[in-house]
Design a protein around this ligand. Structure first.
Ligand SMILES: [Zn+2]
Length: 176
């Protein structure tokens, strides 16, 4: 008797699945003491690149999660045009990253939480909606918002506590 082979039907993954992977990247940044922001780029139902913030470790102001993911994706596709590619990022892109997103022709940008101090998508600026530019990526915000925001909140809370402890220790030490 022959067995009928089981058909493996792949269910298309929903956006929160991909944002979950971006959050995993953000955790990697946190472990290294970096502001926890993570990104993944997805094409045809597959992750083609990942990135997390490495600004502090590499002393490089442009090593934001999105820029790392964009560069890796372009190398992989051997093209600077990331056509039909979607970006999932845990924090609203800054002005620099939004520029790179437009330059690379990314299709759809999914954002975890908004950045009221530096966001260039819907907070400080709305560059993706500017019709004067030659490419307007689609975008939406609020995907796994709580998780993305909580990670950042906890990081800054711990950072403030560490800085306070340091100051306390300094004051407690006798002057030499
Ligand atoms: Zn950025």
């Amino acid at each position: 008797m022959t067995k009928t082979p089981k058909l493996r039907v792949r269910k298309p993954k929903d956006p929160s699945y991909w944002m979950g992977l971006a959050l995993k990247e953000a955790h990697k940044a946190k472990i290294r003491g970096e502001v926890p922001v993570g990104a993944v780029i997805v094409k045809d139902g597959k992750v083609i690149s990942r990135g997390f913030n490495l600004r502090e470790s590499k002393n490089n102001p442009i090593l934001h999660a999105e820029l790392i993911a964009i560069q890796k994706a372009a190398l992989k596709l051997k093209s600077w045009r990331l056509i039909d590619c979607d970006l999932y990022v845990t924090l609203e892109p800054c002005l620099m990253c939004s520029g790179a997103i437009i330059q690379s022709r990314l299709r759809h940008i999914y954002i975890g939480t908004e950045d009221l101090k530096a966001g260039a998508c819907c907070s400080l600026y709305q560059v993706f909606d500017d019709k004067r530019l030659n490419h307007q990526p689609k975008w939406e915000t609020g995907l796994l918002k709580e998780e993305s925001a909580q990670l950042l909140k906890m990081f800054f809370k711990e950072l403030r506590k560490r800085n306070k402890d340091k100051q306390k220790l300094k004051r407690a030490l006798p002057a030499l």
